[in-house]
Design a protein around this ligand. Structure first.
Ligand code: NAD
Length: 494
């Protein structure tokens, strides 16, 4: 059986005391195993990253920039190869996998502008003969801990900017789909990144614990579920590190009565069921305002019947399996429980049969959902769309703002004034106007509010430069030019 290795100091390392299973979710078969790092292995990787730091931070911005241009070229050329790896371990359809890589490449493109991003500021003559300037310097060794659902994109969110700023990195990907991290590290090496600058440690809690507490790790970027994000934030901060920990989500899509019905129904289908709902920006609650509810539910139900679910490698498939059998069963349990809680299951995805042992489940639509029901309160992270019916715009805003999560939110309307008011009122980090999944492009930063993010800075884009650097301000005074041994044209002092 193939073993997915660590990548430490420029080499693959496959030996381990423990291994974890890696499944192909479309077949249900364990096809690979992943080495799970012991504390000693993580310490070895931290030592490699620490040793590589002085030379990397001294590498000229021009040389660093060239590496990012080459990474962009290589990843673009090898996109299909990486997409195939993503589909074989995550299950998402190949077009989604390629889309994920394209979005991740935006962060590499952003990193090619590092010379501009790292520019400091300068004030001349703040006092007589005194100047002040600021520089931004790397924080040191950075740990990047990533979730299963975007095994290429989320690592690229972090490592592009972290490396651009002159840090060295330890990437700890999800143990459920770990191959892409090694693929990406080897692409960086091929592009000229020196050994030890980007390391991959495979593992689980045991590896993360070391990263959170080790004195040589100076910053932690985390993306994953809210309970883990919160605990990572607390523990890493307790150990003196700067932390950004992005958590889970329950993204609402508010549809006003004047919305374009077909546009809203198409958006709901792609945003709720794309990538099997395993996106942190997936729409999981549709808020139907006033009279549009019945028509909207009917339009979505009609479209659901035509969705093709199958292996991600089949070009006809629009949705693949879930990540594990346990997760599929958990998703199904929310649909099973919804009716007892007083909701109406319009389409029950558990009824769809698949001629496969893969972790498939059909898509579900649950109407008349209310806060207090598990199907509303919990992050399901699967292809289940809840519909909450409200009477007014204000009810919709209150519902969204009362929710514990604040990642993404969208409004569908033809009314510019209503959309503008929504942007002003709503408590979420990313807002879409007739755009169901408003993931910011790479020149902006990504992050939610409330329990969707613990920390102060959002991920990638301009916020990432602040997170991965420390500011230094230098105040300078030189001897009076009149005393200079070089003739500057001043009268000489005896
Ligand atoms: P997860 O929290 O289970 O795992 C995330 C990472 O933490 C993995 O690398 C995992 O190995 C590690 N981990 C798991 N349990 C741990 C523990 N007890 N101690 C230390 N480390 C631990 O998340 P997941 O299931 O891989 O990913 C799905 C979740 O991620 C969803 O909740 C989703 O909303 C969230 N997510 C959020 C964003 C965002 O931008 N806010 C983006 C993608 C995914």
């Amino acid at each position: 059986m193939q073993t997915i290795p660590h990548y430490i100091n420029g080499s693959r390392v496959a030996d381990a005391e423990r291994f974890g299973p890696v499944f192909n979710p479309a077949t249900g078969e364990q096809e690979k195993q992943v080495a799970l790092a012991s504390a000693a292995r993580v310490e070895e990787a931290i030592a490699a990253a620490k040793a590589a730091l002085p030379a990397w931070r001294a590498t000229s911005l021009a040389k660093r920039t060239n590496i990012f241009f080459r990474v962009r070229e290589i990843l673009t050329q090898r996109k299909a190869e990486l997409a195939a790896i993503l589909t074989s371990e995550h299950g998402k359809v190949l077009s989604d996998a390629e889309g994920e890589i394209s979005r991740g490449l935006e962060n590499i493109e952003f990193a090619t502008g590092l010379s501009h991003m790292l520019k400091g500021e300068r004030s001349e003559q703040v006092s007589s003969g005194v100047d002040v300037h600021s520089v931004r310097q790397p924080v040191g060794v950075v740990a990047c801990i990533t979730p299963f659902n975007f095994p290429a994109m989320v690592p690229l969110w972090m490592i592009g900017s972290a490396l651009a700023c002159g840090n060295t990195v330890l990437l700890k990907p999800s143990e459920k789909d770990p191959s892409s991290a090694v693929f990406i590290a080897e692409v960086f090496a091929e592009a000229g990144l020196p050994a030890g600058v980007l390391n991959v440690v495979q593992g689980d809690k045991e590896a993360v614990d070391v990263l959170l507490e080790h004195r040589d790790v100076k910053a932690v970027s985390f993306v994953g579920s809210t309970p883990i994000a919160q605990s990572i934030y607390k523990r890493a901060a307790d150990h003196g590190k700067r932390v950004q920990a992005l958590g889970g989500a329950k993204n609402h899509m508010v549809v006003l009565p004047d919305a374009d019905l077909d546009m809203a129904a198409d958006a709901a289908i792609s945003a709720a069921y794309g990538s099997a709902g395993e996106r942190c920006m997936a729409v999981s609650v549709l808020v139907a305002v006033g009279s549009i509810a019945d028509d909207l539910v009917a339009a979505i139900k009609g479209r659901m019947a035509t969705l093709k679910i199958g292996p991600g490698t089949d070009p006809a498939s629009q949705m693949g399996p879930l990540i594990t059998a346990e997760h599929r069963d958990k998703v199904g349990s929310y649909v099973a429980g919804a009716e007892n809680e007083g909701a109406i299951v319009v389409v029950d995805g558990r009824e769809q049969r698949f001629n496969s042992n893969g972790f498939f489940i059909g898509v579900s639509l649950v109407d008349h959902v209310k806060p207090g029901m598990r199907v509303y309160d919990d992050e399901i992270f699967g292809p289940v769309l809840s519909v909450v019916r409200v009477d007014t715009y204000s009810d919709a805003v209150s519902l969204v703002n009362d929710n514990e999560f604040g990642n993404g939110v969208a409004i569908f309307t033809r009314d510019g004034g209503a959309a503008r008011q929504f942007e002003f009122d709503v408590e979420a980090g990313m807002v879409g106007v007739n755009v169901p999944i408003p993931v910011p492009v790479g020149t902006f930063s990504f992050g939610g509010w409330k329990n969707s993010l613990f920390g102060d800075t959002h991920m990638y884009g301009p916020d990432s430069i602040r997170f991965y650097t420390r500011g230094k301000v230098v105040t300078t005074r030189w001897p009076d030019p009149a005393t200079s041994v070089i003739d500057l044209g001043f009268p000489q002092v005896d």
